[in-house]
Write a protein of this length. Structure first.
Length: 234
């Protein structure tokens, strides 16, 4: 018996060549890539918008702090910069050498400064964005005679921590009870020893400038970006 053969020729509309299959896969890959790029662009735009808003907030806060205290900075031996760092830079006004008890000259300054400082931070356009009010204590590098470098570091760590705690404790006592709890939830005392000098410790003038107390503000900008990224990843 003669066998019949079924011929499948190129005219079959359901037959896909290898080239057609690769083209289809490439198209799918391109579409997936475009989708990923659009998502990344959206995340980038969101981060940029947040960064821009908080840059504007930082500029406004600097202007308001500067307007509030510009007439007081010189007599307090203080300065404020665009990073919202409020620095008291006259160590002989702040503490006696090696001591953490506030000098009367510094308590008089804090009586004026701290309530007004907190009131600026609690203004309507800032209050929901203040994450931390940092009190930072900085020392020069030397310790007590006879100490090695490691011993001096830990001596200054304890000294700077004790000093910032004294500053914060005194400042909180100056506040109206109505704003005390809000401030306590955000205020921290940070002793940083000698690890962040602003001048070289080789000269007495440099060491003097390194002995300082700073108030710094941390906004919730980073938290907002982290939350946006977490949401985008879900």
């Amino acid at each position: 018996m003669k066998q019949k053969h079924l011929d499948i020729n190129d005219d079959n509309q359901f037959a896909l060549s290898t080239g057609d299959l690769m083209a289809a896969l490439l198209l799918i890959f391109v579409l997936l890539l475009i989708g990923t790029m659009l998502k990344l662009q959206e995340e980038f735009d969101s981060k940029s918008d947040i960064a821009e808003r908080y840059k504007e907030l930082q500029i406004d806060l600097y202007d308001d702090l500067n307007n509030e205290f510009s007439n007081d900075l010189a007599r307090w031996g203080a300065e404020i910069d665009s990073t919202l760092r409020f620095r008291f830079k006259e160590p002989e006004v702040l503490f006696d050498a090696g001591q953490s008890q506030l000098k009367s000259t510094f308590t008089a300054i804090l009586d004026e400064f701290f309530p007004r400082y907190v009131n600026v931070l609690r203004r309507e356009k800032y209050i929901d964005h203040i994450e931390e009010i940092r009190v930072e204590g900085h020392t020069s590098i030397e310790g007590v005679n006879g100490m090695n470098a490691n011993e001096s570091y830990f001596y200054n760590m304890k000294l700077s921590q004790d000093r910032t705690r004294s500053v914060l404790e005194y400042g909180l006592q100056r506040l109206d009870p109505k704003i005390l709890e809000w401030t306590k939830k955000r205020a921290t005392a940070n002793g940083l020893s000698s690890v962040k000098p602003i001048q070289k410790n080789e000269t007495e003038e440099g060491r003097k400038q390194n002995r300082r107390v700073e108030f710094r503000i941390k906004t919730d900008a980073e938290a907002q970006i982290r939350e946006m990224l977490r949401y985008a990843s879900n």
